[in-house]
Design a protein around this ligand. Sequence first.
Ligand code: A2H
Length: 253
Amino acid sequence: EGVGPQEYTGLKMELVQWGALAAPELDAKLQGKKVYFVAATLRPETMYGQTNCYVGPTIDYGAFQINDTDVYICTERAARNMAFQGTTKERGQVHSLATIKGSQLIGTKIKAPFGLYPEVYVLPMETVLATKGTGVVTSVPSDSPDDYATLMDLRKKAEYYKIDPQWAAFDPIPVIRTPAYGDMTAETLVKQLKIQSAKDKNQLAEAKELAYKEGFYNGTMLVGTYKGEAVQEAKNKVRDEMIKAQLAFAYAE
Ligand code: A2H
């Protein structure tokens, strides 16, 4: 990354129902609050294609009281950053209501803002970094090679990953068309580069770079308010629309 701060979109994915591993601990503590998983994304225009959300199973997460009503699930590091970016009611203040391991969040059902699948599940991704973004990654397997490779791994070995196959059953949705890779950029690249799993780090880094550039410079929206428009134009419009609807906020680090 460059010298300046990275500008993310913090996507608010509202809790629908805790998974069985989180429920006993968190249900009582967060009674009556509006709870959101907050995912940091650089591709807000792809959010129509969310199929699930990822957390790192070994990462520590917290439930942070952000204002009078809202609680955000993310890393403490991210909550502290938010507190200095006007996200919290009191500047610099973070109030932790509970802590929880990523593994305990698996199977939780949440809303996917702007998603064509309105509700999705939280799944494990071993490559999520605790030191980047919020530690929560919303998954768009049509356009993110990492998201695609992990979803395929989870489907192949549901038992090993201790997930219900139904949680990973939402198929990728075409969101963006590119001249080089068609309507499913990530799938095309994963196949072209012969990526076998999410462990193929080097090829995935290459696929990520190719997908990002082609999507941004040559992509056209296939769905949503800006269908038919260039990604370059639609990107910030979708972001603004989400922020206006209070489904997202600006997050930088
Ligand atoms: B992106 P950069 Cl469709 N650990 O969002 C690992 N990856 C993380 C993360 C973390 N802690 N926090 C965010 N990310 C992911 C959408 C997307 C993303 C698409 C295509 C590419 C893409 C849907 N997932 O990212 O290192 C998030 O995934 C590739 C650039 O700060 C976030 O945007 O550049 C991106 O990585 C931020 O990565």
